[in-house]
Design a protein around this ligand. Structure first.
Ligand SMILES: [Zn+2]
Length: 290
C-alpha cells in the first residue's frame, strides 16, 4: 500500500504539472463519468495530501482520492504516454501532462465540510507542515499513552499518526531498538519523541526519491542531495508509475524474515500485527523506555 510520502509526492507532482490551469477530466472506464463531467474544464487549483488521503480542489468541488491497497495514480508527460493497459477510472489532461487514476479505494467528489470531517479523524502527519512545526508528537502521544495496543499496531492506526505504512513502521521501530509489542501506555515519552522526529526526517526523503530510505548511509546521502538541491532533478523525473531507483532497495527488517539482523546477527522474524506483517529483530529490539 502506498504510504503517506507517496501521496504527498503525488500532490506535489499534480501541482507542478497540472496546477492553476484548466484541465480536461474524464472517466475512460466509465464509473466516474458523471462526476468527471462536473469538474471537466475547470481549473485545477491545488492538490494537497494528508496521510494517505489526496484532495484536489476545483473551485468549490473537491476531488477526494485514497489509493487503498492496489490503486495507482500516474502523472506523465503526454509525449511519454504508452498505450493504456486498462482504462482509467479518472483521467486529467493538461497541455503537457496526463494523470491517470486506476483501482482506487476512494474516488469521490466532496464538499469542504466532508473534507474537514475526514481530516478531523486523522492523527498528525509528519509531512504536514503545521504538524511538523507544531505539537504533532504530543498529539500522537495523547493517543499512544492511553492505549493497551502494541506500538507496532498503533503506528499503523491513521488516527494516531497519519501516513505511516508497514515499511516505515517496521523500519522505524528497528532504528530505535523498540520492542514492537510494547503496549502504548508502557512506551517512554522520550522514545516516542525520537520516533516522531525520525519520521519527520525520513518521510520527506521518501517523498523526494519515491523510495523508503531507512539505512543510515542512504538517509545521509539523500539528506545531502535534498539540502544542496540536487534531488530535484530526480524528483522531477518521477511519474509515480514505479518506485524510485536512485538508491539500492535495502531495509533492516522489512521482508527479511530468517536473515541475520545487520545489528546483532539474530534472525529477523515476522508476525501479523495490525493486519499487516511486522518484521522485527528479537535480539536487539527490546527497548520500551530510555
Ligand atoms: Zn538485531
Amino acid at each position: 500500500m502506498p504510504e503517506g510520502h507517496t501521496i504527498h509526492a503525488l500532490a506535489a507532482r499534480l501541482n507542478r504539472t497540472l496546477g492553476r490551469r484548466p484541465v480536461a477530466v474524464s472517466s475512460p472506464q466509465g464509473r466516474f463519468a458523471a462526476d468527471a463531467a462536473l469538474i471537466d474544464g475547470r481549473i485545477l487549483e491545488a492538490a494537497s495530501a494528508r496521510g494517505k488521503h489526496l484532495f484536489v480542489d476545483f473551485d468549490d468541488i473537491v476531488l477526494h482520492v485514497h489509493l487503498g491497497l492496489i490503486g495507482s495514480f500516474h502523472v506523465k508527460p503526454r509525449a511519454d504516454e504508452a498505450r493504456a493497459t486498462s482504462p482509467a477510472r479518472l483521467r486529467i489532461e493538461g497541455a503537457d501532462h496526463v494523470a491517470e487514476l486506476r483501482g482506487p479505494m476512494i474516488c469521490a467528489l466532496v464538499d469542504d465540510a466532508t473534507r474537514r470531517m475526514t481530516l478531523e479523524k486523522l492523527g498528525p502527519d509528519p509531512l504536514h507542515p503545521p504538524d511538523r512545526a507544531g505539537d504533532g508528537a504530543g498529539r500522537a502521544w495523547e493517543r499512544i499513552t492511553k492505549s493497551r495496543k502494541a506500538i507496532a499496531e498503533l503506528l499503523l492506526d491513521q488516527s494516531v499518526v497519519a501516513g505511516v505504512g508497514n515499511v516505515y513502521r517496521c523500519e522505524v521501530l528497528f532504528r530505535h531498538r523498540i520492542d514492537p509489542f510494547t503496549p502504548g501506555r508502557d512506551l517512554g515519552r522520550r522514545l516516542w519523541d525520537e520516533v516522531w522526529d525520525d519520521l519527520v526526517t525520513l518521510l520527506p526523503l521518501g517523498m523526494a526519491f519515491s523510495q523508503i530510505l531507512t539505512m543510515q548511509d542512504q538517509v545521509d546521502a539523500a539528506a545531502e542531495m535534498v539540502a544542496d538541491g540536487s534531488s530535484l532533478a530526480v524528483t522531477e523525473r518521477l511519474t509515480g508509475e514505479r518506485l524510485g531507483d536512485h538508491f539500492e532497495r535495502r531495509f533492516h527488517t522489512y521482508q527479511r524474515t530468517g536473515e541475520a539482523c545487520d545489528r546483532c546477527g539474530r534472525r529477523v522474524r515476522e508476525q501479523v500485527i495490525g493486519g499487516r506483517t511486522l518484521y522485527w529483530c528479537p535480539g536487539c529490539q527490546r527497548r520500551r523506555k530510555r
